[in-house]
Design a protein around this ligand. Sequence first.
Ligand code: FES
Length: 106
Amino acid sequence: MTRVIFIEHNGTEHVVEATNGDSVMQTAVSNNVPGIIGDCGGCCSCATCHGYIDPGWLDRLEPKASGESMMLEGVLGAESNSRLTCQIAVQPELDGLTVRLPESQT
Ligand code: FES
């Protein structure tokens, strides 16, 4: 199992066991983590799965595809470490991945 750590905007931390191959968004939704909605089911068309990746993890993720980059351009509060969590697949190498959730999704 791979642990993913979600930190809500208010500082509440959720450490969840993720299934490898699931997306980080699916992991949040199936563990009832507030702040990740996933309205489009993971097809990169809603941006309700926006999260800020802790900087130490950014280089370990697959780069953004053009569709994700385009969606992020329209996201309120997007930063250089913003990702759509539906586009990140959980892998054993990501054990401890830390994602901070934006205030706009509280
Ligand atoms: S769940 Fe819709 S863009 Fe990620």
